[in-house]
Design a protein around this ligand. Structure first.
Ligand SMILES: C[S@@+](CC[C@H](N)C(=O)[O-])C[C@H]1O[C@@H](n2cnc3c(N)ncnc32)[C@H](O)[C@@H]1O
Length: 326
C-alpha cells in the first residue's frame, strides 16, 4: 500500500516537473519549428507556384504538414494525439500566425465516439484562386480534408503538359482536373472522368478559369472501373491515379489499388495506342507493382523523379511509366 502511494506521488511529481519543463522550453521549441519553416520558405521561393508544401513532417517531434496557398495556410495534424503532440501543434499554429499574413485553416484529427474523424474548423466556405506555373486553380481551404489541388503531382502535371501536343489524353479518377488542365493547355484533347459530380463541376471550373474551350474536351461522371470495361476508343496518354481504397455506395464492389492493379493496368493498356504511354500513380505507401505487369510491359519507375522538392516524404506516391514492349 505504502509503495503504491509513493509511486503515485512520484508519478505526479514527474508530471509536474514535465509541465514545468515544457513551459520553460516552449520559446526554444517555438524557435525550432519557426526557423525550419523560414528555412524551407527561403529554399522554395524559386518555385513558380503560389501553392507550396512549406513543412512536411521534417522534425519528428512536430508531425505536421503545412501548405501555403497564396497568403493563406493550411496545417494538417499527422500526430497520434499524445499530449506532447498537442502542445507542439499549438506552438506550430502560433508560429504560422506570426509568419503568414493570411487565414489559417486547421485539419485536425479528433476522436469522435470511438472513430477517428477529421473536423473542419470553419463552417463558412473559403475558396480562392492560386497560380501554379502560371496556370490557375480553384482551391477550397475550408470544406474538405484536401484542398482540391494535390501538390505532390506538380512534376507529373508538368510532364503531361510537355507530352500533350496533338494527343488524346484520358484522365481517370480526375478529381478537380488539374492534370486535365495541364494536358489541355499542352495541346491534348482531354477526357476527364470521376465518379463525383462535385469534382467534375470543379474540373470544369478550372478549365473555364484557364480559358480552355470546353467543346474540345469531354467530362464524364462515372465509375472508372465500369467505364474501363465498356470503352473501346484509343488514347495516346492515360493518367491513372486511383484512390488506395474505395467503397462508395455508387459502386457494386469494393476497390483496393494493390489487389486490383492488374485489372486497372490491363484495361488501360487495352485503350492505349501502340506508341502510347500510361502513367500509373498511387499513394499507397506499401504498394508493390505486380510481376505480371513488369513482365508484360515496359515499366519505368518514376517515383523519385516525380516527387517535388517541397516534399520530404519520399514515399508520398509511386509512379510508373508503362508502355508496350516494341
Ligand atoms: C486520389 S484522388 C485522384 C487525384 C487526381 N488524380 C489528381 O491528381 O488530382 C481520388 C478521386 O477518385 C475519385 N473516385 C474514387 N473512386 C472512383 C471510381 N470508382 N470511379 C471514378 N472516380 C472515383 C474520387 O471522387 C476522387 O476524386
Amino acid at each position: 500500500m505504502s509503495v503504491n502511494t509513493t509511486s503515485k506521488l512520484w508519478v505526479n511529481h514527474k508530471i509536474i516537473l514535465n509541465l514545468f519543463d515544457a513551459q520553460r522550453h516552449a520559446p526554444k521549441l517555438k524557435d525550432v519549428i519557426k526557423n525550419r519553416i523560414k528555412k524551407n520558405l527561403k529554399k522554395l521561393k524559386k518555385l513558380k507556384t503560389e501553392a507550396i508544401r512549406v513543412y512536411d513532417r521534417d522534425i519528428p517531434e512536430f508531425p505536421f504538414i503545412i501548405e501555403e496557398y497564396g497568403d493563406d495556410v493550411v496545417i494538417w495534424d499527422k500526430g497520434d494525439g499524445r499530449d506532447r503532440d498537442r502542445e507542439h501543434f499549438n506552438l506550430t499554429q502560433q508560429v504560422c500566425r506570426e509568419i503568414f499574413k493570411g487565414e489559417l485553416f486547421i485539419k485536425e484529427r479528433q476522436k469522435m465516439k470511438g472513430s477517428t474523424q477529421y473536423e473542419k474548423l470553419r463552417t463558412d466556405e473559403y475558396k480562392k484562386i492560386v497560380s501554379e506555373n502560371n496556370i490557375k486553380f480553384v482551391v477550397n481551404l475550408s470544406n474538405y480534408l484536401d484542398t482540391g489541388l494535390f501538390l505532390d503531382h506538380r512534376p507529373m502535371r508538368v510532364r503531361i503538359k510537355r507530352e500533350s501536343e496533338g494527343k488524346r489524353l484520358l484522365n481517370l479518377f480526375c478529381y478537380t482536373g488539374s492534370v486535365s488542365v495541364y494536358g489541355a493547355l499542352g495541346g491534348a484533347k482531354v477526357t476527364s472522368m470521376d465518379m463525383s459530380q462535385t469534382y467534375i463541376y470543379w474540373a470544369i471550373e478550372n478549365f473555364n478559369l484557364n480559358h480552355i474551350d470546353l467543346d474540345k474536351h469531354e467530362f464524364i461522371t462515372a465509375n472508372c472501373l465500369e467505364y474501363l470495361k465498356s470503352e473501346n476508343r484509343k488514347f495516346d496518354l492515360i493518367f491513372l491515379d486511383p484512390p488506395t481504397f474505395s467503397n462508395s455506395k455508387k459502386m457494386k464492389n469494393d476497390f483496393e489499388v494493390e489487389e486490383d492493379q492488374d485489372y486497372l493496368v490491363n484495361h488501360c493498356m487495352r485503350l492505349l495506342r501502340n506508341d502510347g504511354v500510361l502513367y500509373f500513380s498511387t499513394n499507397k505507401r506499401s504498394f508493390k507493382l505486380n510481376d505480371t505487369i513488369r513482365n508484360r510491359y515496359n515499366v519505368e519507375d518514376l517515383s523519385l523523379k516525380a516527387i517535388p522538392i517541397d516534399y520530404h516524404d519520399k514515399k508520398i506516391h509511386y509512379c510508373f511509366k508503362i508502355s508496350f514492349m516494341q
